[in-house]
Structure formats: structure tokens, C-alpha cells
Write a protein that binds this ligand. Structure first.
Ligand SMILES: NC(=O)c1ccc[n+]([C@@H]2O[C@H](COP(=O)([O-])OP(=O)(O)OC[C@H]3O[C@@H](n4cnc5c(N)ncnc54)[C@H](O)[C@@H]3O)[C@@H](O)[C@H]2O)c1
Length: 253
């Protein structure tokens, strides 16, 4: 880490940081000098090993095991981060789940769980950081949506609805906080190689790849720079209520 990192001396919470895009964002933030509170509900030592990799870059890293759809877990996780860093500059709402099921067969419980983890969590985490960010007159909130919010997908109505909700929520909150020095933006990635969708058949992955204008499924390291941009100064200064789309050209809104 250098003194000139884009996020030098900033502190950030990243949810869903035990793997995939969240881990990629955590590493990119650490490289830019941000101190980190990494949050995930995953069992095992995945979160700790991401934390170790980040700490090796010379930043302070703390971890919290929490379910971001549970109000009490979110309150405790954000309180921990604020106490640890004596404030909080950046929140990345990244944790989410994805299942597939046609609407006609979808159990209400699957709908409710998806909306809770993928949308309610964003509301809970944003609300929890507001007193601290408002008091400081500074904050950067980055919500990870999905291009499926914009294009939809068969079997993905619950996920797409939650992610479209994230984009609408982001725009409203951006307007609410615009004069508080707090920006709120989304990143809506296209297909990225992570364990999110489980083990998809190779032919399906290849069909998806060939349907993309850039003919490439992305990797987390290609999403993380959008988060660094939105979190940094001056690069992120003029973005609020926006949705960046690292999506291989699949959706051109
Ligand atoms: N991978 C893609 O193709 C893709 C595309 C568009 C958007 N996204 C979005 O990017 C974000 C990250 O996805 P990913 O592909 O890295 O997924 P992933 O499944 O690899 O990682 C998600 C992480 O979130 C954690 N998590 C899930 N539910 C949680 C909860 N209730 N509380 C705390 N932690 C929880 C998981 O334990 C996991 O570590 C998600 O918001 C996802 O919707 C992913």
C-alpha cells in the first residue's frame, strides 16, 4: 500500500466479501489503501482468508459474521465498523443470493428470501450507516445490482425484481442525501465468473459467452475498478443515482 492510494485513510464496509465480486472489491480497496470491515454469513474460513490477503497489503481489516437480511445483525455489524474506524466512509452492499425458478412454480418463500437478502439488506445497511455519514458530511454508498434488473431473465423474476428495486432505491436515496455530501450509486454487472449461480453446464456458459457483444464472461477484478472509481475522489465526485454497467456490452441502456 502506498500513501498515494486512491482510498488512502478511508474506511469501508464490504458485504458478501468472502468470495466472488465482494472479495475482488475488498482486495481492490485494500490495494488503494482503505481500511476494511468485511461482512459475510459464510461458514468456514473463507472470510478470514480474504481478510488476511487484504491485511497483507498493509491496511487494517476486521471481519463480522452477519446475515445482512437480519436487522439486528446489520445494526451490530455497522456499529462494529464505526467503532473500529471511528467513523465510516464507504459502504458496498454486495451480498446477494440467486436461485432460478419460473414464476408459475415459485414458492412464496423463495420470493421472500430473495427480496430479503438482495433488497431488504440494502435498505438495512444504508439506513444503519446514515447517522455516521451524515455527521461526517461525507459518504460513498455503492450498491451491487445486476444487468438482469434491466433486461430480465426467464426463471429470474424474483432476482430481477430485487435488483431493479436496488436501482430504484439507489436513485431515491441519492436524491435524499445529495446535500449531505453522500453519494449513492449502483454497479450492474453482466455475467461474471463466480460461484453465485452454482455449477452451470459448460454448454450454457458457452452459449451465454457467445451472446455477449464482447464474447467474454467477466471476472471480479474487472468489476472492482468501477467500485474504486465510485468510492474515490475526484473520480467519483460527480456520480450519484447512477448505474455503471460492466456487462460485456450485453445491455446498453
Ligand atoms: N456473478 C455474476 O454473474 C453477477 C452478475 C450481476 C450481479 N452480480 C451481483 O454481484 C454481487 C456478488 O455476487 P457474486 O457473483 O460475487 O456472488 P457469490 O455467491 O460468489 O458471493 C456472494 C457472497 O455473499 C454472501 N452472502 C449471501 N447472502 C448473504 C447474507 N444474507 N448475509 C451475508 N452475506 C451473504 C455469500 O456468503 C457470498 O460470500 C451480488 O449482489 C450479485 O447479485 C453478480
Amino acid at each position: 500500500m502506498t500513501e498515494t492510494g486512491l482510498l488512502h485513510r478511508r474506511s469501508a464496509v464490504v458485504t458478501g466479501a468472502a468470495r466472488g465480486i465482494g472479495a475482488g472489491i475488498a482486495m481492490a480497496f485494500a490495494r488503494e489503501g482503505a481500511h476494511l470491515c468485511l461482512v459475510d454469513r459464510a461458514a468456514g474460513d473463507a472470510l478470514e482468508s480474504v481478510a488476511k490477503e487484504c491485511a497483507a497489503l498493509g491496511v487494517e481489516v476486521t471481519t463480522v459474521r452477519a446475515d445482512v437480511s437480519a436487522e439486528s445483525d446489520v445494526t451490530a455489524a455497522i456499529a462494529h465498523a464505526v467503532a473500529e474506524f471511528d467513523g465510516l466512509d464507504i459502504l458496498v452492499n454486495n451480498a446477494a443470493i440467486l436461485t432460478t425458478c419460473p414464476v408459475a412454480e415459485m414458492p412464496a418463500q423463495m420470493w421472500d428470501e430473495t427480496l430479503a437478502v438482495d433488497l431488504r439488506s440494502v435498505f438495512l445497511c444504508c439506513r444503519a450507516v446514515l447517522p455516521t455519514m451524515r455527521a461526517a458530511g461525507y459518504g460513498r454508498i455503492i450498491n451491487i445490482a445486476s444487468q438482469l434488473a434491466l433486461r430480465g431473465g426467464p426463471g429470474l423474476a424474483h432476482y430481477s425484481a430485487a435488483k431493479a428495486g436496488v436501482i430504484g432505491f439507489t436513485k431515491s436515496l441519492a436524491r435524499e442525501l445529495a446535500t449531505d455530501g453522500i453519494t449513492v450509486n449502483c454497479i450492474a454487472p453482466g455475467p461474471i465468473d463466480t460461484p453465485l449461480a452454482g455449477d452451470l453446464p459448460a454448454e450454457q456458459v458457452e452459449r451465454t459467452r457467445l451472446s455477449l457483444p464482447l464474447r467474454r464472461i467477466g471476472v471480479p477484478a474487472e468489476v472492482a475498478p468501477s467500485a474504486v472509481l465510485l468510492a474515490s475522489e475526484p473520480g467519483g465526485n460527480l456520480y450519484t443515482g447512477q448505474t455503471l454497467g460492466p456487462n460485456s456490452g450485453d445491455v446498453m441502456p
